[in-house]
Design a protein around this ligand. Structure first.
Ligand SMILES: *[C@@H]1O[C@H](CO)[C@@H](O)[C@H](O)[C@H]1NC(C)=O
Ligand SMILES: *[C@@H]1O[C@H](CO)[C@@H](O)[C@H](O)[C@H]1NC(C)=O
Ligand SMILES: *[C@@H]1O[C@H](CO)[C@@H](O)[C@H](O)[C@H]1NC(C)=O
Length: 275
């Protein structure tokens, strides 16, 4: 009996879900973002396919999608950060989704004002298909989070010729990070979130820091890298010696060939003259 009850309840809930059939899922309901970074708010939706107007099933089609900041419903004339019906949305808010299943929103160059709850709304060609999931995604803009350098090597003392990759990261989730790398306080030209040093030379020794390009307050603690001269020293003097000898041999060979060619050419002209 209890099992039957449970089954009935499930079928009923299934029917209800099927009848309404519209969901908006935010896989991430809260996230933090460093000011100046890019954050992605993943979102998927299933629109309602049709509704019964008392006479027949009327098919529904999504005609408008929008995202609002700090508004429960995001309907009517409520200002939105993205609106598929409007051409003048703030370019910082990029809709990566579509009109069918994907409602992902990306916020670039995150500002303090983005500390808010963002909600997605779909609107169909009939109000029966309008829907907002009020849960939303809450973004916390963090200005105090420092970047952190993660090294591919546990060792801070490396030998020359080795390879190391430093990653500039933060506890906040974000994407497409534009960072500035510093070595002993001087900015490097690299802007990616990872710094690849290979092959290491003694010149790579120093204190590395990184910060978000647009927010120097996020500068990390220094990462001290020491590249030891090590056993590389001998081969270092040996290599130019070998190169020199090989070069000499090549030059000698070229000279030899030229000489032979000249001699052959000389023979030919002599032959021509005699004709
Ligand atoms: C609303 O969003 C939350 C978080 O993703 C989800 O758990 C819930 O099922 C959603 N509700 C509907 C009706 O889509
Ligand atoms: C939605 O679109 C974004 C951007 O194209 C993509 O990264 C994401 O994987 C898509 N999500 C799903 C569930 O397809
Ligand atoms: C790196 O920092 C350490 C202490 O934090 C300091 O002793 C050292 O001199 C610094 N190295 C350079 C090259 O500035």
């Amino acid at each position: 009996m209890a099992v039957w009850d449970k089954n009935l309840l499930w079928s009923f809930m299934f029917l209800l879900a099927g009848a309404v059939g519209q969901t908006v899922i935010y896989p991430l309901t809260s996230t933090c973002a460093v000011r100046g970074s890019t954050v992605t708010l993943p979102c998927t939706f299933t629109p309602r396919k049709s509704f019964n107007d008392g006479w027949r099933e009327v098919p529904l089609k999504i005609v408008r999608v929008r995202w609002c900041k700090n508004h429960e419903i995001c309907h009517g004339s409520v200002p939105s950060v993205f609106d598929s019906n409007s051409a003048n949305s703030d370019p910082r808010y990029q809709y990566l989704g579509d009109m069918k299943t994907n409602c992902t929103l990306q916020i670039r160059d995150v500002q303090q004002g983005d500390s808010a709850t963002f909600r997605f709304r779909m609107e169909a060609d009939h109000p029966e298909g309008h829907f907002t999931n009020t849960t939303g995604v809450t973004v916390r803009v963090d200005d105090l989070t420092k970047m952190r350098i993660i090294s591919s090597s546990d060792d801070k003392k490396l030998s020359r010729g080795e390879t190391i990759t430093l990653l500039c990261a933060s506890v906040c989730t974000f994407h497409q990070l534009e960072v500035t790398w510093f070595k002993d306080g001087h900015a490097l030209s690299e802007t990616g979130s990872s710094l690849h040093l290979s092959p290491l030379t003694a010149e790579n020794s120093g204190n590395y820091t990184c910060a978000l390009k647009k927010n120097m307050k996020t500068v990390s603690e220094p990462y001290s890298l020491q590249v030891e001269a090590g056993a590389g020293n001998n081969s270092c003097t040996l290599i130019p010696g070998v190169v020199f000898v090989v070069l000499l041999a090549v030059i000698a060979l070229i000279l030899f060939i030229i000489k032979r060619k000249l001699r052959a050419a000389g023979g030919e002209t002599e032959l021509k003259v005699s004709y």
